[in-house]
Structures are given as C-alpha cells and as structure tokens.
Write a protein that binds this ligand. Sequence first.
Ligand SMILES: Nc1ncnc2c1ncn2[C@@H]1O[C@H](COP(=O)(O)OP(=O)(O)OP(=O)(O)O)[C@@H](O)[C@H]1O
Length: 599
Amino acid sequence: MRKSLVSLAAFIAFLAVIVLIPLLPTPEFWITLANYIGLYAIVALGLVLLTGVGGLTSFGQAAFVGLGAYSTAYLSAQLGLSPWLGLLTGLVITACVALLIGVLTMRLSGHYLPLGTIAWGLSLYYLFGNLEFLGRYDGLTGIPSISLFGLVLNTGREMYFLIWLVVILAVVAIQNLLNSRPGRAIRALKGGGVMAEAMGVNTAWMKVVIFVMAALLACVSGWLYAHLQRTVNPTPFGLNAGIEYLFMAVVGGAGYVWGAIFGATLVTLLKDQLQFILPKLLGANGNFEIIVFGLMLVLILQNAREGLWSFVRKWFPQKPLAVAPDTANALPTRPKHAHGETVLQVDKARKQFGGLVAVNDMTFDVKAGEIMGLIGPNGAGKSTMFNLVTSLLPVTKGEIRFRIGGQLQRIDTLSSREIVKHGIARTFQHVRLMPTMSVLENVAIGAHLRGMHNDFTGIATSIARLNRAEEGALLFEARKQLERVGLGHMLYEEAGSLALGQQRILEIARALCCDPTLLLLDEPAAGLRYKEKEALADLLRKLRGEGMSILLVEHDMDFVMNLTDRLVVMEFGTKIAEGLPQEVQQNEAVLEAYLGGVE
Ligand SMILES: Nc1ncnc2c1ncn2[C@@H]1O[C@H](COP(=O)(O)OP(=O)(O)OP(=O)(O)O)[C@@H](O)[C@H]1O
C-alpha cells in the first residue's frame, strides 16, 4: 500500500510540474523547449513499445512524424479543412502505411530489420521532398492553429497543454497495455518468441501491432508539430531525426515508459546547451553536439544498457505490475477425453538434420488419463520428438495425430500456436521464461488463449482499461495454478531469481494455465530436491486422476519407474522398447543402451 502511495505521489508531483510550467511566468523560450520535449517524448514512447519492450529497432520513426505533419498541413493549409480532419486523415494514412511496411519488414530479423527501417525511412523522406503538391523541399506554409472547444491554440503556451495532455495519455495508454493479456504477449516478444508461440501468441501479429502503434504515436507528434510550427518541410523527418528519436529512447531507457520522457528531456536540454557552448569553446560553428552525443551513446551502451532511467527508478519503490485477485470468475475449461482412448498418435515420425536422423520413424501413442514416459540416453532424440509433437520443428516424414472433436486429426501440419489451441501444452528442456517478469505474469502468459477478447479488441480494451474482468480471471487462474504446484508464496518474485528447479515447476504451472488435455513435460524433475520430486510426482498423479494425459521425458529413473504407466525407450532416434515400466527395466536392448550391457 505504501509503495503505491509513493508512486502515486511521484505521479501527482509530475503532473503538478507539467501544469505549473505554463501557468507561472516561465520565459517563452522554456515553453518552446518544453513543447519540443513533449513532441519528442511522444515519438520516443512509441519506441519504448517497439524497441525497448518489443525488441524491434527502428530508425525510421521520423518518417511517420512526417506523415502526420504533411497530412494535416495539406488538408488544413491547402484545402482549408479542419486540423482535426487532418489528424484523422493522418492517422488513417499512417495506419495503412505502417500496416503495409510492418507486414513486410517485421519478419526481418537481426540487423536486416534496422536496415529495412532505414530504407523505408529514407523512401518516405524523399517522397515528401519530391511531391509537387507537398511543396517539394520548400514544404507547405500557412498551416492554421488548432481549435479546441472554441479555444484557438495560437501560441506555444497554449499548444503546451495539448502536447503534454497527449504525452500523459500516451503514458497511461502504454502502461495499461503492457499490464494486460496482450501486453504480456508483447513483453514476451523480446527473447521469448518461441515460448509465446507455444502458449498461443501470434507473435508476427503482435509485432505488427506495436509497429503500427508506434507509428500512430509518431503521427500524432507530427500533427502537433505542424500546428505548432505552422509550416512543414522534409528536413525534420529525415534519417537524422530518426536516429535522434532512437537515441532519446536508448539514453533514457528504452525499456521504461518514463525513460522516453527522461531521454527526450535530457537530450533536448543537452543539445540546446551544447549548441550554445561548444561553438564558443571551439571558436567555430558546426554541429559539434553530434560528436558529444556519439560518445555519450557509446558510454551508455557500455555502462548502462538499460538507459539512465534505470538509475533514477531505483529511488522509487517498485511494485508488481500485475496483482492477482483473491477471487474471480473461473475460466471455462475444455472437457477431458474419455479414459483409455488414444489422444496422441505418432506414426512413423521422422526428423532429419542434414545427414543426422534425430528421430527415426518413431511410432507410439498416448492414451487419455495415462502418464507415458519417453526415455533414452543423452542425444537419443527425446526433445526432438517433443518438438515434433508441438510443431516447434516440422517433421521430415510421417504423421502425428491428436484427438480433436472426437476424431484423430493430423497436427503435424499445424503451427505450434494452433496446436496449443487444441489442448497440447508443454514445458521446455531449457526453461523458457521471461526473467524480469514476475512469476505470476509468466504463468499468466499460459492463459493467453483463454482471454475474453480477440487479438484486436484485446488491445483496445486493455488500453482503455476495460479489461478488468478478463485480467482478474486470468491472473486468478495463474495464481490458482501456482498454488497448485506449490509456488503460491512466490507470485511476485522475479521469475529469473528462482532456482532452476522452481523455474521448471513454474513452467508446469504455465502449461496448466493453457487448460491442456495432453501435457508434455521435458525433464520436469531436473534440479529438484527429493521432497520436491515427491510433491511433483503427487501432483502429476493427481492430474492423471483428473483425466489429464501426460507425456514425460525424464532422466531420473526412480521418478520415472514409480510414476509412469507405460514407457517408450529411444536410442539414436529409434524406438528400442515399449511397455510397462517393469517390462522395460528387464529389456536387454534397454539395459544395453543405458549400461552398455550387463552380465
Ligand atoms: N536443431 C538441431 N540441429 C541439428 N541437430 C540437432 C538439432 N536438435 C537436436 N539435434 C541433434 O539431434 C539428436 C537428438 O537430440 P535431442 O536433444 O532430441 O536428444 P535428447 O534425447 O533430448 O537428449 P538429452 O537427453 O541429452 O536432452 C542429437 O544428436 C542432437 O545433437
């Protein structure tokens, strides 16, 4: 409670400063600086979402600022239409252009993506400068002021209120979004894409969504800029400006919403001072501040990769983003399969990596309500088999079927996102979780497909905070599953601070949040102490009792033999034995594989 009060007090103090600046007799020059800080902060906020949170680097945001500025400039100055119509048109044009560019470039990875953003940033810049009706490189002049509720925003001091209102609305919107079901999916994009897909997140779509949102914020900044300046030309929308926006976000702290405002403030004030001091100091005119900024960026990247806000935020108490309610409506669950019927059928599945046959025509099935063990020496192909069942890897040959709507249907043609929709959930051999997110939030990602809203309405309702019922139900479910696996006392710990064994258990809770009928567990007991293993075995027996089917890869033979109903044994990708645990234990091929033969 105290923590939230301190954060609230800090936010109110921030609002008070923002409101007081134009009301006090602040010099006009400072108002102008504050206006530019606000305009830059709006673009940098988009970059927090896109680059800091989503991990997608863009040098081309200035071009979207240009789209917003030119749309309204043309409509209001050339056609005499309302600036508000200019805003609407700018937003529609930007959304369409960003959607197109996003679909084309968001698939790029590594350094190809930043290169792609440079390419379209330059293209739009040259487009502004070459179109006759946009005034070529001279641009457009005579842009009218914005009228708001009959009030004409003629001066910088009047525009200040609108600019900073937009900044605050953008902060609230992004924070609301990040603390929601789609927000958790967005936060998983950077470094957790494979896991997010396996939990049902459409990562490609989420990337396009944050790209469009960042572009829309840039467009709004451009609209405000055009009506503040009353004239536009292509210069502020070029690559240099694109780099500067990214610089502000990185210096401030691209991972933090407040980092964008901090970065925009710091860079704008510093630039202003350096432009004044450096020419005097060096006795020559020139953009010397760029050299200082270059050095500053290198130092920050070396010493404070999280940006400077990461130091400031330590003064504020940290509270968990998502808090689970004590009670909420239970999420609907899917019916379990009838006991004993085949739920998974692996039919001559084969996986080749070049010349290596990692899975060699494997055939086996899993029945409803049984725990099936998949064992074998290191490198036998067990994890690869898991990856085939969950479509993390495509099969080279053969078929995999799952009971869907009462019928066994092929799933090897589906994506991992579609497979989890049908009720197959998994954990990973090498844990895949978001280390800086809380245990609760990590587990809530598992319930991604159980939200009330689709990917489109989910974003809108989250931004407007109309998702309270959905959030309550999802977080309550995550809490319930964490309590079920024995991690109920660690809801708000950072997932990365847990011991490895606990992280594996967290993954089980996350998989249970998917409401599966088949659970695939890859070495769940690794790293657990004896008592913890016993508790895990009890939990898995309980799940089996409830009708869950479980396929388990595990090296701990005591654990496997005491728990499983049947076993499949692999060696060099091939099935060498199948049967009851007692039978398999006596099987000569198995003893040979594990012990190199016994007397
Ligand atoms: N992506 C890949 N590319 C090339 N080879 C791979 C790939 N993934 C796995 N392999 C190879 O396939 C074989 C089977 O690996 P896999 O990880 O499935 O075995 P495993 O039975 O799970 O082993 P462990 O018990 O040690 O985890 C190994 O020889 C491994 O090196």
